[in-house]
Design a protein around this ligand. Structure first.
Ligand code: PEP
Ligand code: MG
Length: 753
């Protein structure tokens, strides 16, 4: 056998680089066959009703691909599928489970080794090797095949689904689906308008500058015209969407006007490099700092830098964006679609956005949400999309359908009609209180972290900000932002929500959210120097932030300071001392400030037990169900390998939240939930049942949850909670809650699959 490690590595690399599922699965069987020096390698994939179909083979009759199917339990392959166990047989035909398919030409093979491919506990395929002579495969061979199967199981099963990529579909049925990441909800149908690769800075080759001054002038000109583009885009978007969504462009402006990025480009040009490769190096340098961060929100900021780089590059080369040629609606498709790209086109002509790279937290997604455009990001095989192709963008499920059949288009048109009906219907609720049928008043707040996210909250009827994540002003800076700079940002948030509570969380940085300009490494970052642990140790930074918050709030009573990652009483006490001294300092300096309300995030399990000791010290509790679930279940909330284990509808989380509520009642202080659980219809129902009266969520979810609140009674929610508490299976609890909510006419809260 060839070098195992090398083969595995090559196999994984080739599989991920394959352009279509057919190429991918064929490549896998062929590499395994040659590595193990066997006569046959075949891959069976599980489809509808768990039936296994031969998807690829090297050695068996190729015509049998797609034509051999086995139910679980049927034949040796079906037996492996049923038992989830490998099978190593000296002579397959002597085994009682052996089933013979003459069309495969399999009868001449005796030795048989098969391994199950399992993803998230579910069987997705069976990988088999065969040989002519009677012999048992060695332990080394068996372990190799099992390892390959485990690797296949660790990738997204969609990557192996034949027919999900362009070249897998037949000419007559081009109706194929490509999966991505849901960026902004909604469904849109239009023709693909491809943004050219010529705008992709990463494709630039190294080149030296023949005339340094000329290159400097070119770059300066590109910076100026990009700044002008940003202003024009900002004005345009601000004219369409009320509030401060246009602020999103300020973020780009800050990147461009700060000294860091342009300074680095100019330094490179001066050293003799041409402008474009200098720009590419600077963009790689700054974006990779963000890409290295574990926190997905911060990681998404790398896209902003890359987007800005592409825009500067287009300006350097005078590349114009393509024009829309007809009156038909278009779907913008490109490698990395930026907010300035979107602003180039009339919004009424856009049906949606498809970006091959990028995450759900990108500004492109934020802007899409604000404009009501469905957005799908990270579309793996999008490069194969032809210009002008009809595309359905399903921003709910994070998928697109290319060249769909008329029946599929009709189905989606029905969904669009029902969605726009729902959004319109729910907008009528804006001025109505979130009150249950039996009169329990629930306050609904918005979660936000960007200035650009502020106005959607107001448009959707938010009664304040339940969680303002202050990380952003810190990360866009090349160094810690000054007190004055922070005052300006916090003031604009408080001003937009004047007279309403604004819960501003102090810096939740460190560990998995390192600042690019303050690097440190830890073995176990989720349990390390994070949130308040970091700020208490860096009291100068902390003091500056507290002072900035107090100054921004002035003499209003709207400010609520929330402390993240609290796990012990001394942490709160130290903060309170800092708060007192900040108030004293500011009073002495002549600022009109008042003592704000101060509270904690309940998101570290140890915070629960210390709550009674915090009586009289804190004014509120905000439950961070995301981290609380992560730490209670010991499941990393960002690790796709364990997503199937991560669910806030888990008895441990439900019990913990009930205990928190018992404590806060005893302490006579208000409590809210600001993690994702608040926006989940099932989660929100259980929280209502527990007696919660404040929920904070993304702006988009507010009308939906208000609809839910106004459709049920607290008593019903209490009953649902008591049924849920009898059940240890999150999936079953969800089923029960879904049935209940559907019985209340709320099925449209559950986006159709
Ligand atoms: C949480 O942990 O639930 C929370 C709201 O905070 P974040 O998601 O920012 O960690
Ligand atoms: Mg948290």
């Amino acid at each position: 056998m060839q070098n195992l490690f090398l083969t595995l590595k090559q196999l994984i690399q080739e599989a991920s680089a394959a352009s279509t599922a057919t190429v991918r699965v064929q490549g896998i069987v062929s590499r395994v066959k040659s590595a193990m020096e066997v006569a046959v390698c075949s891959l069976y994939l599980s489809g509808e009703d768990d039936v296994l179909t031969l998807a690829a083979t090297e050695g068996l009759n190729p015509e049998s691909v797609g034509n051999i199917s086995l139910k679980p339990g049927e034949g040796l392959v079906g037996w492996i599928a049923r038992t989830h166990h490998p099978l190593n047989l000296k002579n397959a035909s002597e085994d009682p489970h052996f089933l013979y398919f003459p069309e495969t030409g399999e009868e001449i093979y005796k030795a048989f080794l098969g391994a199950p491919v399992v993803h998230g506990g579910k069987l997705v395929g069976v990988l088999v090797v065969e040989q002519k002579e009677k012999r048992k495969f060695t332990e080394e061979e068996e372990s190799f095949l099992v390892t390959v199967a485990a690797h296949l199981g660790s990738t997204d099963p969609e990557d192996f689904k034949i027919g999900t990529t362009a070249s897998d579909s037949s000419e007559t049925h081009r109706n194929y689906r490509i999966r991505g990441i849901a960026g902004a909800p909604g469904v849109g149908i239009g023709r693909a308008l491809l943004l050219p690769d010529a705008m992709d800075l990463m494709k630039v080759q190294d080149a030296t500058a023949t005339d340094i001054e000329h290159e400097m002038a070119l770059f300066q000109k590109a910076v100026n015209s990009t700044l002008a583009d940003l202003d024009a885009s900002r004005d345009k978007i601000s004219g369409i969407v009320s509030g401060d969504v246009g602020e999103i462009f300020t973020f780009y402006r800050m990147l461009l006007e700060g000294n860091e990025l342009p300074g680095m480009v100019e330094k490179d040009i001066r050293s003799g490099k041409a402008a474009s490769p200098s720009l590419r190096s600077a963009v790689i340098h700054f974006s990779s700092q963000f890409e290295a961060m574990e926190d997905e929100y911060l990681r998404a900021r790398a896209e902003d830098i890359q987007n800005l780089g592409n825009r500067l590059y287009a300006r350097l080369r005078n590349v114009e964006v393509p024009k829309i040629q007809s009156n038909e609606k278009v779907v913008l498709v490109g490698g990395l679609i930026s907010i300035t790209d979107i602003a180039e086109y009339p919004v009424e002509q856009l049906a949606g956005i498809v970006s091959m790279r990028g995450s759900a937290l990108s500004h492109t997604a934020v802007l899409g949400k604000a404009l009501g455009l469905p957005v799908v990001m990270g579309v793996a095989h999008g490069g194969e999309l032809p210009d002008g192709e009809l595309i359905i963008v399903d921003g709910f499920q994070g998928q697109i359908f290319v060249d769909p059949q008329p029946s599929v288009v009709d189905e989606f048109r029905r969904l669009i009609a029902s969605e726009s009906g729902l959004v319109k219907e729910l907008s009528k609720l804006k001025e109505l209180p979130a009150e249950t049928v039996d009169g329990a008043r629930i306050r609904l707040f918005a979660n936000t972290g960007l200035l650009a996210d502020i106005s959607p909250g107001l448009t959707h009827g938010a009664e304040g900000i339940g969680l303002y994540r202050t990380e952003i002003p810190f990360i866009v800076h090349g160094s810690f932002p000054s007190e004055d700079e922070q005052v300006e940002v916090y003031r604009s948030v408080l001003k937009a929500y004047k007279g309403m509570p604004v819960y501003m969380r102090t810096l939740d940085i460190g560990g998995d959210k390192p600042l690019p300009y303050f690097p440190f490494e830890e073995e176990n970052p989720a349990l390390g120097w994070r949130g308040v642990r970091f700020t208490l140790d860096n009291s100068v930074i902390f003091m500056t932030q507290i002072r900035a918050m107090l100054r921004a709030a002035g003499d209003s009573n709207d400010l609520h300071i929330t402390l993240p990652m609290i796990g012990s009483v001394p942490e709160v006490e130290t903060f309170l001392r800092l708060l007192e001294s900040a108030l004293e300092q500011l009073n002495e300096e002549g600022f009109a400030v008042v003592r704000p309300k101060a509270g904690i995030m309940a998101e570290v399990p140890s915070a629960i037990a210390i709550l009674p000791f915090l009586k009289g010290k804190i004014d509120f509790v905000s439950i961070g169900s995301n981290d609380l679930t992560q730490y209670l279940l010991a499941v990393d909330r960002n690790n796709p390998r364990v997503t199937n284990l991560y669910d806030h509808i888990h008895p441990a989380t439900l019990q913990a939240i009930e205990t928190i509520l018992t404590h806060t009642r005893g302490m006579e202080i208000p409590v809210s939930v600001c993690g994702e659980m608040a926006a989940d219809p099932c989660g929100a129902t259980l929280l209502l049942g527990m007696g919660i009266d404040a929920l904070s969520m993304s702006a988009f979810s507010i009308p939906r949850i208000k609809w839910l609140v106004r459709s049920v009674t607290r008593a019903e929610a209490v009953e649902q909670l008591s049924i849920a508490k009898q059940c240890p299976y999150p999936a079953e609890i969800r089923k029960q809650l879904r049935e209940f909510l559907c019985s209340k006419g709320l099925e449209r809260l559950f986006v159709p699959k």
